[in-house]
Ligand binder design. Structure first.
Ligand code: SF4
Ligand code: SF4
Length: 439
C-alpha cells in the first residue's frame, strides 16, 4: 500500500485550474511606458526616498532606504528617469508614496559583481538579504533579514522551503522549481547557514511531481536537504500547517515558527537570496502568473517590480470577453481589483482573471448552523461564532473564539452554504480588538 501523504487536519479541495499555466515556461514581461514603485511593499516601516524628480536611475539602484529594522529597501527595476514621487493607490487600495519612473528606450542590463558564497558568515548573509530588499515573496512580504534573525534563545534547526503553491491557479513557484532547481537548492543552503540549521526540507504538493523530481536531482549530493511530498490541499503551504505536516511540531497560537525551531521561506525568496549573495542582484523583478479563463494566453512572466497589471494582461493576450473579477494574488487570499491599474510589488504572485461561471455570486444569508466552517478551519477556530460576535460588536467574544489566530485562509467562506464572508468579519473584529487594546 502506498504511504499516506503528509498533511494537516482541516482544509479544503477547491478546483485548482493550474493546468492553464503550469506548462508555460517563464517568459520576460515587456517593460511598460511607466513604472510605479511603492516605497512600502513589505510588512513594516515605509522607506525614505533616495531620489528626486528628474534623477537618472540605473537598474538595481537603491531608490528607497529602510530606516527601521522591520523594513526593506526598494530598488529601481529599470534604467530611466524619475518622473515624480507621489501618493498612488496600491493593490489594497491604500495610498502609498511611490517613485514613478519613465524607462529609457535602451535598457541597460543589471551588472553585478560575482562573489564566492561559500564562506559568507551569518552576519554577512543577513546584511545581503537586507541590502537586496528581500521579503517573503509568497504574499505576506515580511522582510527576510528579520526572519533570519531569530531570538537567541530559540535556535532554528530546520529550514523549510514552501514549494506547495496550494492556491488555485498560481504556478510561478512550480515553474521556478522546475526551471531553476539548482538555484533553489543553493538558496536553501544559504538560508540554512544564515540561521545555523542542520537540515533543509523542500515541501512540494503531489500535483508537482515533475518539480519534485527536478529538485531531488539538484539536491542529490546534499545529504542535509530532502524533498518531501505533501497532499494536494489548501492551505497546505500556510506556515503552521506546513510545519505540522512535515515535522509534527505545533506552533502555539500567537507564536512564530522559530518557537519550534523552524524557518519557512518561499521558493522565490530562496532563489532571490542566492542571486543577491552570488552577484549582488537586489529584488527588482519576480515571476508572476497571469491566468484564469478571462485571459487569452495564460502564462508565467518575469516581471519588473512596478509594472502595472494592464501590461501583464496585454502580455497574456488580453481579456477574453468581459471579465467578472480581477484578482491580484490567488483567488483564496488575493485582493480584488477595481481595474488593471495597480502595480506589481515584491509579494505579487499572480494576476487571476475570472469569468462569471467561476465566480459564485451568492447572496449572504443567515447561518444554518451546519458547522462546515468549523470542520475545515485548519486553526480549529469557530468561524461561525466569530461572525456572530462581530455582528453583535462583542469584541471580547470575537477574541475568545479566536479572531486573532485566524490567518484569513478563506476555507470557512469557501465551504459556507450561506455565502457568509467570514474573512471580512474577522478583519473587522481584528481591527476593533486592536483599537480596544490601544486604549
Ligand atoms: S476562521 Fe480564519 S483560519 Fe479558520 S478557516 Fe476561516 S479564514 Fe481560515
Ligand atoms: S458554514 Fe456557514 S452556515 Fe454553516 S455553520 Fe458555518 S457560518 Fe453557519
Amino acid at each position: 500500500m502506498a504511504a499516506e501523504l503528509k498533511t494537516f487536519k482541516g482544509g479544503i479541495h477547491p478546483p485548482y485550474n493550474k493546468e492553464l499555466s503550469s506548462g508555460k515556461a517563464i517568459a520576460e514581461a515587456p517593460i511598460p511606458d511607466e513604472l510605479i514603485i511603492p516605497l512600502q511593499q513589505h510588512i513594516g516601516a515605509p522607506c525614505a526616498p533616495l531620489v528626486s524628480p528628474g534623477d537618472k536611475v540605473k537598474v538595481g539602484q537603491k531608490i528607497g532606504e529602510a530606516e527601521a529594522f522591520v523594513s526593506a529597501p526598494v530598488h529601481a527595476s529599470v534604467s530611466g528617469t524619475v518622473k515624480s514621487i507621489e501618493e498612488v493607490a496600491n493593490f489594497t487600495g491604500a495610498m502609498v508614496k511611490s517613485v514613478i519612473i519613465t524607462p529609457d528606450p535602451q535598457q541597460e542590463a543589471f551588472s553585478g559583481t560575482p562573489r564566492d558564497t561559500e564562506n559568507l558568515s551569518q552576519e554577512e548573509l543577513r546584511g545581503i538579504a537586507r541590502e537586496a530588499g528581500l521579503v517573503g515573496m509568497g504574499g505576506a512580504a515580511f522582510p527576510t533579514h528579520v526572519k533570519l534573525t531569530p531570538p537567541k534563545e530559540k535556535p532554528v534547526d530546520l529550514v523549510i522551503i514552501n514549494g506547495c503553491e496550494c492556491e488555485p491557479f498560481l504556478t510561478c513557484d512550480h515553474r521556478l522549481m522546475l526551471e531553476r532547481p539548482e538555484d533553489l537548492v543553493k538558496g536553501l543552503k544559504l538560508l540554512m547557514r544564515a540561521v545555523g540549521a542542520e537540515k533543509g526540507i523542500i515541501g512540494v504538493e503531489a500535483n508537482k511531481m515533475d518539480a519534485a523530481d527536478a529538485l531531488r536531482s539538484a539536491s542529490a549530493s546534499e545529504p542535509s536537504v530532502s524533498v518531501e511530498i505533501l497532499e494536494v490541499k489548501y492551505p497546505e503551504g500556510a506556515e503552521k500547517m506546513l510545519i505540522f505536516a512535515l515535522t509534527g511540531r505545533k506552533v502555539p497560537p500567537g507564536k512564530l515558527p522559530s518557537e519550534v525551531g523552524c524557518l519557512v521561506q518561499n521558493v522565490g525568496t530562496a532563489i532571490a537570496l542566492h542571486e543577491a549573495a552570488s552577484t549582488g542582484k537586489p529584488l527588482y523583478e519576480r515571476v508572476v502568473t497571469v491566468t484564469g479563463p478571462g485571459v487569452k494566453n495564460p502564462g508565467n512572466f518575469l516581471t519588473r517590480i512596478g509594472t502595472p497589471i494592464s501590461t501583464l494582461i496585454d502580455a497574456a493576450g488580453g481579456f477574453v470577453g468581459s471579465p467578472t473579477k480581477l484578482i491580484m494574488g490567488g483567488p483564496m487570499t488575493g485582493w480584488a481589483q477595481p481595474d488593471a491599474g495597480a502595480a506589481v510589488v515584491k509579494g505579487t504572485s499572480g494576476v487571476v482573471v475570472l469569468t462569471s461561471d467561476l465566480v459564485d455570486l451568492g447572496e449572504e444569508s443567515e447561518c444554518v448552523r451546519c458547522s462546515k466552517c468549523v470542520d475545515v478551519c485548519p486553526m480549529f477556530l469557530m468561524p461561525n461564532f466569530i461572525v456572530q460576535a462581530t455582528k453583535r460588536a462583542q469584541w471580547d467574544k470575537a477574541e475568545m473564539w479566536g479572531a486573532l489566530d485566524c490567518f484569513e485562509c478563506g476555507c470557512c467562506s469557501f465551504t459556507c452554504p450561506a455565502y457568509i464572508p467570514h474573512v471580512d468579519y474577522v478583519r473587522k473584529a481584528k481591527a476593533e480588538i486592536a483599537a480596544l487594546k490601544k486604549k
